[in-house]
Design a protein around this ligand. Structure first.
Ligand code: ZN
Ligand code: ZN
Length: 97
């Protein structure tokens, strides 16, 4: 009897907690799709000076210092993925993901 009660309580807890998990999941999914849309666009507006920063250009990897043409957030030499970069115009750090 006691065991059944505990099982019901646990099940109830999961049911109550599931909307929270769902919201967290949706938020994560939205953030991810926003990032993916930005990548497709190829430009990011600076939140400070609102200049357009191109994502595909000659960039130097902060980790292995490889300079190459391509997506500035991804390095093909060492596989480094950045979540932010400095604005080309005002130098403010722009968070992408
Ligand atoms: Zn690198
Ligand atoms: Zn800027």
């Amino acid at each position: 009897m006691d065991k059944t009660l505990r099982a019901i309580g646990l099940a109830l807890l999961y049911v109550l907690a599931s909307p929270v998990y769902l919201v967290v999941f949706i938020r994560k999914a939205m953030k991810f799709s926003q990032g993916a849309a930005l990548m497709r666009k190829g430009y990011i507006d600076c939140p400070h000076c609102s200049e357009m920063n191109a994502l595909d250009l000659l960039a130097t990897c902060p980790k292995c210092r490889t300079t190459e043409y391509g997506n500035r957030l991804r390095c093909t030499a060492c596989g480094e993925q950045s979540r932010s970069f400095d604005c080309d115009y005002c130098g403010v750090t722009i968070k992408v993901l």
